[in-house]
Design a protein. Structure first.
Length: 547
């Protein structure tokens, strides 16, 4: 038996919040051997990320505090190393793929510069030119198109999925001994996810170890050797992947597995009437282009055609799915409809009235009716406001607050599965999945008529995901909402979307009733998306990676 690369022994971590001591991790122990992929699963707030980040002393102190335990990397206790030794380990021997790439990447530097910097910090003998070349090479490896030019772009010029790929490249570029991957494929479509799997398995073959934190049980099935199941800061079950999936012992593990959405699931009942005459949203020949300068002093400008000549209709009470690879134009289309991106041409109407080109005051009159659940929850929440203020700010602004603010905020938190006593906390005090639930609550609290859900449930664990999906569908029935549901998870799309549009390179590739589209896709691109969906329990999927 190989000696463990990483050994975590009786780790306990607590946080002091609002004068109370909260145990986030309780007496956790596990090992990772060289070349082993260990999955860590559990609901949002179960202690997965805290356990992993403590291994590199990345838990903020205060309010976090490691109460006891050891974290041994090849016999060295990371918790007791001098800071200089720890810095030498970070990035070189242990790399982290963070859950929210926008907050982990510097907004002030091009992504190529940031990748090259990661090389130069640990390899001072490498020239800047060679470091830049390796940065471009890794951008290509993780599927960034036109990597030489995109290396010069800033993080805000990338889609959420592309930023996640940059983070993956940054973690892999030093070929570390251990990678802590915190929800690394959450923002990725299934085809890019499969490409990243190949990279990770190549690293595994070279004896790199991976701690893979995720709520996606399909990913665990395809990728991991062993799995740890966490609940309330403790490991409640552990074991070989196939054994645990086929014969889970703990009721909590059974609950997680039963909540996994599958392409074979029956769709939820919908009151949408496909014979409705008038769409609530009508998009005709819409194009949204972004200018790209080739050099700092360049006078000529190229254009990225993020959305090109797209026409779609969304009807009252309809949930329209929008799928496609990262960078296909899904988010840009959603933002363009809401007036959050400047469009180049076309028409956008809401309830029969043209809204494209309206000024601030014109859009403000209908803003309460048009809401968006953003893909990156942390960057869309004001870090200086409490959760109560975040949830009631829009209601107060539009004179929609019924009752007192604390009670209203507590009600909507309960609706998305969060305790009401957190209304006075700030966004940074929550996990990524919890922040996403807050974003959902903020949007639906306005009781709008149309909501763009941009990967609204991608960061949520399967049980809360099911709960939020049920909430979105319940609100649709109760208030007559319409949704544009942007997602890379075709299993979820099949479950809740009445019709689905497939986008590729900024254009509509295929569209139709969701069940028909998934069961009988007409284009090779759609077939590729469907075939790449992870399927827990499918031995052929696992054999593909472990043959």
């Amino acid at each position: 038996m190989a000696e463990p690369l990483l050994s975590v022994k009786r780790l306990s971590v607590s946080f002091r919040l609002e004068g109370k001591e909260v145990e986030a991790v309780k007496d956790v122990s596990f090992e990772i051997k060289p070349g082993e992929i260990v999955g860590m699963v559990g609901e949002s707030g179960s202690g997965k990320s805290v356990s992993a980040m403590s291994s590199l002393r990345l838990v903020p102190c205060p309010p976090g505090q490691v109460e006891s335990g050891e974290v041994l990397l090849e016999g060295r206790n990371i918790l007791e190393l001098p800071l200089e030794e720890l810095r030498a380990i970070r990035g070189k021997e242990i790399s982290v793929i963070f859950q929210e790439p926008m907050t982990a990447l510097s907004p002030l530097h091009p992504v190529g510069y940031q990748l090259a910097e990661a090389i130069l910090v640990h390899e001072p003998r490498v020239s800047k030119l060679d470091a830049w070349g390796r940065a471009v090479e890794w951008l290509e490896k993780v599927g960034i198109p036109d990597p030489e030019e995109r290396a010069k772009a800033f993080p805000f010029q990338f889609s959420g999925g592309m930023r996640q790929r940059v983070m993956i490249a940054m973690a892999l570029i030093q070929k570390p001994k251990l990678i802590i991957a915190d929800e690394p494929t959450t923002a990725l479509d299934v085809t890019l996810q499969a490409q990243i799997f190949e990279l990770i398995l190549e690293m595994k073959a070279a004896d790199t170890s991976i701690l893979f934190i995720t709520h996606d049980m399909g990913v665990i099935w395809e990728l991991a050797d062993r799995v740890l199941v966490m609940k309330d800061g403790e490991i409640v079950e552990r074991g070989e992947v196939e054994l645990l999936f086929n014969s889970p012992q703990d009721p909590y593990t059974q609950k997680l597995l039963s909540a996994v959405p599958r392409l074979t699931d029956e769709p939820l009942t919908s009151s949408f009437d496909p014979d409705v005459d008038k769409p609530i949203i009508k998009v005709e020949n819409l194009s949204t282009w972004f200018p790209v300068k080739r050099g700092v002093l360049a006078k000529t400008v190229d254009w990225v055609k993020a959305v090109e000549d797209v026409s779609i209709d969304i009807y009252p009470r309809e949930c329209l799915g929008l799928v496609g690879e990262s960078g296909s134009g899904k988010t840009t289309l959603g933002r363009s409809i809401l007036g959050l991106e400047k469009t180049r041409s076309g028409s956008i109407s809401f309830e029969g009235a043209e809204i494209r080109g309206r000024n601030y005051h014109g859009m403000r009159r209908i803003r309460k009716d048009l809401q968006m659940i953003f893909q990156d929850p942390f960057s869309s929440l004001n870090p200086r406001l409490t959760i109560q203020e975040i949830l009631t700010e829009g209601l107060i602004e539009h004179d929609l607050l019924e009752g007192n603010a604390p009670e209203v905020a507590a009600y909507w938190l309960k609706e998305v599965g969060l305790p009401s006593d957190v209304i006075n906390r700030y966004p940074h005090e929550f996990s990524g999945g919890q922040r996403q639930r807050i974003c959902v609550a903020r949007a639906v609290a306005m009781r709008p008529k149309f909501v763009v859900c941009d990967e609204a449930v991608s960061a949520l664990d399967v049980t809360i995901q099911a709960q939020v999906i049920d909430l979105l569908m319940e609100l649709r029935e109760k208030f007559g909402l319409s949704y544009l549901f942007i997602s890379h998870d075709l299993s979820v799309v099949k479950r809740i979307c009445d019709r689905t549009v497939v986008m590729r390179h900024g254009q509509v590739e295929e569209a139709g009733p969701t069940q028909d589209l998934i069961e009988n896709p007409q284009t090779e691109y759609t077939k590729k998306l469907i075939s790449a969906v992870p399927i827990p329990g499918d031995l052929s999927k696992r054999a593909r990676n472990y043959s």
